[in-house]
Design a protein around this ligand. Structure first.
Ligand code: NAD
Length: 248
């Protein structure tokens, strides 16, 4: 098992790819804390993992709140004794035109998708230092490399996630903490399907090297790898998982 004896905190772990990551981490031997604003889904995912023989704790977490991050990290350490891995997965999609993005919406998207990553990282670091090292994995999107229309706030926030990864990695080397981004192509999660529609998936599939849509499982394997000891000398990197969409 690749994550045996490790303790992981996954933001946005109630559903979608965060829940898939939590389940994969558990199968690989990790104890998992999932933090999310969706309590009912979060408790359901927690129960599914525990019933399958894993160890999982749900904590209510709005990633824009510094005090809730502090409480989530404290809950992880008080339940499982330490914190080794943070996956900054929580995020929201938007598809407005530039002129339709209100200041409030801009702040909301940047707050969840970018500030949330900063706050989670800030509060995970002391516990990772106590644990003698750790891994931080931030979830970004290839849209920041492609320049998609109708996504200004989303694309800016996901470019910020990569910038943040590059900026933090050199600072955390002395504590044996590696920091990487997983930059995803279009992944067939329920949320992405609802927001973008099946036609959009068809179009993307045709542009990929591999002519099938990515599943959440396809996307989450890279997260497990970067969280494992196999990746301990990898830091400040963006691992693009997109079925071969952006390089050609
Ligand atoms: P999803 O909507 O199923 O999952 C996102 C999770 O984040 C949800 O559980 C949601 O409740 C949670 N969340 C939202 N706001 C939050 C907040 N303020 N505090 C805590 N949790 C919050 O979406 P998904 O498709 O599974 O996406 C997961 C991540 O992958 C997101 O960061 C998304 O931007 C990124 N991503 C997805 C795709 C794709 O095609 N699906 C592509 C690139 C990147």
């Amino acid at each position: 098992m690749r994550l045996e004896n490790k303790v992981a905190l996954i933001s946005g772990g109630a559903r979608g790819m965060g829940a898939v990551e939590a389940k994969l981490f558990s199968v690989e031997g990790a104890k998992v804390v999932i933090g999310d604003v969706l309590e009912e889904e979060g408790r359901r995912t927690e129960a599914e993992i525990n019933e399958a023989g894993g160890e999982c704790l749900f904590v209510p977490l709005d990633v824009t709140s510094e005090s809730q991050w502090q409480a989530a990290v404290e809950a992880a350490v008080s339940r499982f004794g330490k914190l080794d891995i943070l996956v900054n997965n929580a995020g929201i999609y938007r598809t407005e035109r530039v002129e339709e993005i209100s200041e409030e919406l801009w702040d909301q998207v940047m707050g969840i998708n970018a500030k949330g990553v900063f706050l989670g990282t800030k509060h995970a670091i002391p516990e990772m230092r106590n644990a003698g090292g750790g891994s931080i994995i931030n979830i970004s999107s290839v849209t920041w490399m492609m320049g998609r229309p109708f996504r200004l706030d989303y694309v800016t926030s996901k470019a910020g996630v990569v910038g943040l990864t590059h900026a933090i990695a050199p600072e955390l080397g002395e504590f044996d903490i590696n920091v990487n981004a997983v930059v995803l192509g279009l992944v067939q999660s329920d949320s992405a399907l609802k927001v973008y529609g099946a036609e959009h998936f068809q179009k993307f599939k045709e542009r990929q090297v591999f002519k099938r849509s990515l599943t959440p499982q396809d996307a989450c394997g890279a997260v497990v790898f970067l969280a494992s000891d196999d990746a301990e000398m990898i830091t400040g990197q963006s691992l693009v998982v997109d079925g071969g969409l952006v390089f050609h």
